[in-house]
Design a protein around this ligand. Structure first.
Ligand code: MF3
Ligand code: CO
Length: 269
């Protein structure tokens, strides 16, 4: 038994939640996942260069599918648990899991989350960005700024031997200080060998709570920040699209991170 195993065993004996061995990626796995993550970032950059008023969210889906496949990857959402498209596109009051559609045309003033997930050589990566379509309201603009600040403050708390709850606390307190609410029941996840691995990552749990962060762990920081109520409902017809219950705006930014010996590295953002 090596030193790391002994340390994890003694933490577990003290009642701490520690990651299982399979959540700690090997250097070889990290290299392969890094390549997947680099393609994921390139897909997001490509979308960023072409997104504008007048295009449909189905156009974004085509960009993601075309760019990913022509670079040797597969879009992870496509056919994932029945999801029908290659990317999630969530506009204005849609919190997440928006399905690209020919009928949904982006217009000046919209805010949109584009959530891109990639499989390359069997390895998974995941990140999302917010885009402002033309000029947006001061309210929308503040929501995008604060959401970015939340994720960056959360990232600063991502370090070995800290806790997932440290990240959550930083995010939740900054959101609340700005009058916003963090969605509670939907969160982040481990990732790398599969699309969604343990642990579930909440952004509303207290500092010092939840799983201990250990070098080799990979997970997403992807809080959903609502202007108004944190509550939501899911589209009954498609079973996917998540809307704010009060029709208020929602924003989300997602980084995929690796816990290292000294801190955290963002693999794709
Ligand atoms: N990228 C989303 C996440 O962060 C994936 C949603 S599942 C999908 O977990 F099928 F809708 F893509
Ligand atoms: Co994710």
């Amino acid at each position: 038994m090596n030193k790391l195993h002994l340390k994890l065993l003694s933490l577990a004996a003290k009642g701490e939640i520690v990651p299982s061995q399979k959540l700690l990626k090997t250097p070889e796995q990290i290299e392969a996942i890094r390549r997947s993550a680099d393609l994921n970032t390139a897909v997001l950059d490509y979308v960023g260069e072409h997104i504008k008023a007048g295009i449909s969210t189905a156009d974004i889906d085509r960009m993601v599918y075309g760019y990913t496949v022509s670079h040797g990857g597969v879009p992870a959402p496509l056919n994932y648990e029945g999801f029908p498209k290659s990317v999630c596109t969530s506009v204005n009051n849609v919190i997440c899991h928006g399905i690209p559609s020919e009928e949904e045309i982006l217009k000046e003033g919209d805010i949109i989350n584009v959530d891109v997930s990639t499989i390359l050589d069997g390895y998974f990566s995941d990140a999302s960005r917010m885009f402002a379509i033309g000029s947006i309201s001061p309210e929308a603009s503040k929501l995008l700024r604060v959401t970015r600040e939340c994720v960056d403050l959360g990232l600063k708390e991502a370090r070995p031997w800290g806790h997932l709850g440290d990240i959550a606390h930083a995010i939740n307190s900054h959101a609340q200080a700005n009058g916003y609410r963090v969605v509670e029941e939907i969160g982040g996840h481990g990732i790398g060998l599969e699309f969604h691995e343990d642990p579930f990552v909440s952004y509303v749990t207290p500092k010092g709570s939840e799983m201990v962060l250990v070098p080799g762990m990979m997970f997403t920081i992807e809080p959903m920040i609502n202007e108004g109520s944190p509550d939501f409902y899911i589209d009954e017809e498609n079973g996917w699209t998540v809307y704010t219950v009060d029709g208020g705006l929602s924003a989300q930014i997602e980084y995929m991170v690796l816990i290292t010996e000294t801190g955290a590295e963002v693999l794709t953002r």
